[in-house]
Design a protein around this ligand. Sequence first.
Ligand code: C6P
Length: 429
Amino acid sequence: MKETQQPESWESAVGFDPHRVRQDFPILKETFRRGRQGERSVPLVYLDNAATTQKPRPVIQAVVDYYEHANANVHRAIHTLGDRATELYEASRRKLARFLGAASEREIVFTRGTTEAINLVAAAWGRTFLNPGDEILLTEMEHHSNLIPWQLLAREKQLTLRFIPFQADGTLALEHLDRYFTPRTRLVAVTHMSNVFGTINPIKAIVAAAHRFDVPVLVDGAQSAPHMPVNVQELDCDFFALSGHKMCGPTGIGVLYAREKWLEAMEPYHGGGEMIRSVWLDRATWNDIPYKFEAGTPNIAGAVGLGAAVEYLSAIGMENIARYERFLTRYALERLREIPGVRIFGEAPERGGVLSFYVGQIHPHDVAQFLDAEGIAIRAGHHCAQPIMRKLGVMATARASFYFYNTPEEVDRLIQSINKMKEFFGNGF
Ligand code: C6P
C-alpha cells in the first residue's frame, strides 16, 4: 500500500487548515461498529458532499437560537418575537444578496432549494413570457431538476427543447456556440457545475452569447455556489438557483436570484398569504418583490441557518475553499488513476471535486456498499441525471464528492479501500 502522497504545498497555498475546520463539524467525529460482533470501529469518511453537506456548529446553533429566542411568524406579527423573527429572516436575505453579489436583496427569493427555484422560473417566467413554438436551450448534462420543469412546461405550452451536447471528456460542445440559437430561442438554462462529471461550465461565455441574441440565462448553481466564489453581476446571468443544504446550511431552504426586472414582470408562482397586497373575492393585487414569490409561512429557521452558513463559508473564504478543493481533487484523480481498472467519467480541465468512476466490472452499488463497510460514504446511482447515464452507456456510477473539510488522508482511505475491494472481488474485478 502506498504512503500518503499529499500534494505539495497545499497547506501554504490555502488560507485555512482543513484539519482544524473539521472540529466545527460534530458529525465528522462519528465512528461505526463493523465486523460480525461489531469488534471493529471505523471512523466516518464523508465523501457524499454533492448530495448534501454536513453542518458546522455555528449553523446548528443559529437554528437552535432562533427557536429558543425568536420563533414567530414573519412580516405579520405585531409583537417583539415577530420583530425578531422578521429581522433575522431579512438579515439572512441581505447576507445571501452579499454572498451572491446581487444588486439588491429584492432580487433574493427564498425557496425550498434549487429544484423549487427552477420550478418557480419555469412556472412564473414561463407562464408570463413563453408561447407555442418557442425554444428553450438546455444541455445534455443537466440534473433532472433543470430538465423536468422544462419538459412539463414544453408539454403545456407546446415549446421545443434543444440541447447542447456533452463530449467524451464531460465538457460541453461549445465551439460555435451561436449555432444553437434560433430566432425562437427564449431562454438558456444550464448547470454551472455538473454533479456527475464535476465539469465547471464557462457561464460567462454562455451568457455573453445568449445576451447577444437577447436571450436570458438561468444558471443551476446547486454544485457551484458551495464551492467557488459566485458573483451574479459578474456572471451577468438572469437567474441563479442554489440549495442551502449543499453549502453547510439546513435542508428545505434555497435561493432563487433573479434580476429585479424579471421579478417585477413575472406572474406569481404560488398563491396564498404574504404574496398579496389587496384581495377581493374575485381578484387580487400582488405584494412587492421578492415577497410576491414567497406565498405562505416560509422556512424561517432554514433561512436563518443558511444566513449563518454563508457567513461561515465567507469567513473561510470562497477563494480558499475553491483552491483547496482543486488540490484535493487533483490528488484524488492522480491516485485513482494509479489503480488499474478504474474508469473515471469526466476529464474536464476546469472541474470541481466530484469524481464519478467505475471500479472494474463491479456494480457501483456494490462499490458503495463495500466502501460503507469501511466507513466511507459515497453515492452510487444515476445521480438524478439519467440522460447522462444513457449517453455514457451505463446504469449508474460510483461518485465521491469533496468539501473543504475533507483531507488528503481521507482520499488515501478511499484509495486503500478500493484496493482492498479489488482483492475481495478477485476475478470479478
Ligand atoms: N444533486 C446529487 O447527489 P435540490 O435537491 O433541489 O437541493 O438540488 C437539486 C439539484 C439541482 N442541480 C444539480 C446540479 C444538483 O446536483 C442537484 C442535486 C444531488 O447530485 C441530489 S440528486
